[in-house]
Ligand binder design. Structure first.
Ligand code: HEM
Length: 138
């Protein structure tokens, strides 16, 4: 009997659809390479610490757990709340959209199924918007 594939968002289905840790590290490398070289994203790149390799490691590990895989961020860096770790940053709609556009371009060039690319970007909008709201000057 053929086993049905689990829908994205169930168990580790999304983590596997992203190619596991190797696939997510590849995505994150593309994301930060693009952010560091494409002038459209220079404003958000400038907000990052000098040691961008730490940022790469943190985001890749976070995405593994967030997509239902092993909790690699927590193992190395401890607990995390995404809005909270951005609260000190000047992130408004323009910065949120730069981040999402940069990510969308990197997701687009990964060997993921098209339906997963669409799903992943819809899911990433949620924390990106939560960051913007947390950073909003009120
Ligand atoms: C909304 C647009 C976003 C911008 C402009 C942004 C920018 C940044 C910057 C500048 C840092 C470094 C902060 C520092 O070290 O002082 C950072 C850290 C981080 N971001 Fe974002 N980010 C955004 C959204 C997101 C989203 C949606 C996620 C997750 C899906 C994410 C995950 C992370 C993680 C895991 C860290 C490392 C936190 C730590 O351990 O210090 N970010 N982000």
């Amino acid at each position: 009997m053929q086993r049905e594939k689990k829908p994205f968002g169930t168990g580790d289905a999304s983590f596997l659809a992203a190619g596991g840790e190797v696939g997510l590290r590849r995505l994150v490398d593309s994301f930060f390479d693009r952010m560091g070289t494409d002038p459209r994203f220079s404003a958000i790149y400038a907000l990052h610490p000098d040691d961008i390799d730490v940022s790469r490691d943190k985001l890749a590990r976070f995405l593994c757990g967030w997509l239902g895989g092993p909790k690699l961020y927590n193992e190395k860096y401890g607990a995390i709340g995404i809005p909270r770790v951005h609260a000190h940053l000047p992130i408004a709609t323009a910065e949120r959209d730069q981040w999402l556009d940069c990510m969308a371009a990197s997701v687009a060039e990964q060997p993921y199924a098209n339906e997963f690319k669409k799903y992943l970007m819809e899911q990433l909008y949620v924390p990106a918007e939560a960051v913007r709201r947390r950073c909003a000057v009120d």
